[in-house]
Design a protein around this ligand. Structure first.
Ligand code: ZN
Length: 143
């Protein structure tokens, strides 16, 4: 909450992390060169950065699970924090309560975040030696 207090902070963080090479210069896909980008003022703060040479708009959420979501970036970031910081994980039901969204929205966010995390892992799921703690399977056979 201190690092990402609102949507704007989250959006700028995405821009800086994904595109900004420093001093708001980024690789422009249309110019095929590194160009200065600018965020033009409008009635509502614009959600995209514009190439000052060719006018190409770059939206920092493009190609991410947040793109065109009606849920605020701030809530997405909070959901990711909750899902990755709790030791034993968190359920969609808990997300629903924490974020104050509907269960349907919470479940959708939960699934997309989990899928995205899984996709970033290079290791195949459950390959090689699999160890598990605190599990007891079986027992005395019944007579
Ligand atoms: Zn350009």
């Amino acid at each position: 909450m201190a690092d990402f207090p609102d949507d704007e902070t989250c959006l700028v963080w995405l821009w800086n992390t994904r595109y900004n090479l420093g001093d708001n210069e980024a690789h422009c896909a249309r110019c095929e060169e590194i160009r200065p980008f600018k965020r033009y003022a409008a009635k509502q703060q614009r959600q995209d950065w514009t190439c000052t040479a060719c006018g190409l708009h770059v939206h920092p959420t493009a190609g991410t699970i947040f793109h065109k979501s009606s849920t605020s970036l701030h809530l997405w970031f909070y959901a990711m924090y909750l899902m990755t910081s709790t030791r034993c994980g968190i359920s969609a039901k808990q997300l629903e309560r924490e974020l104050g969204v509907t269960y349907k929205t919470a479940w959708r966010m939960f699934t997309l975040i989990r899928h995205e995390l899984k996709g970033q892992d290079d290791d195949p799921p459950l390959a090689g030696v699999v160890e598990m703690d605190e599990t007891y399977v079986g027992g005395k056979p019944r007579a």
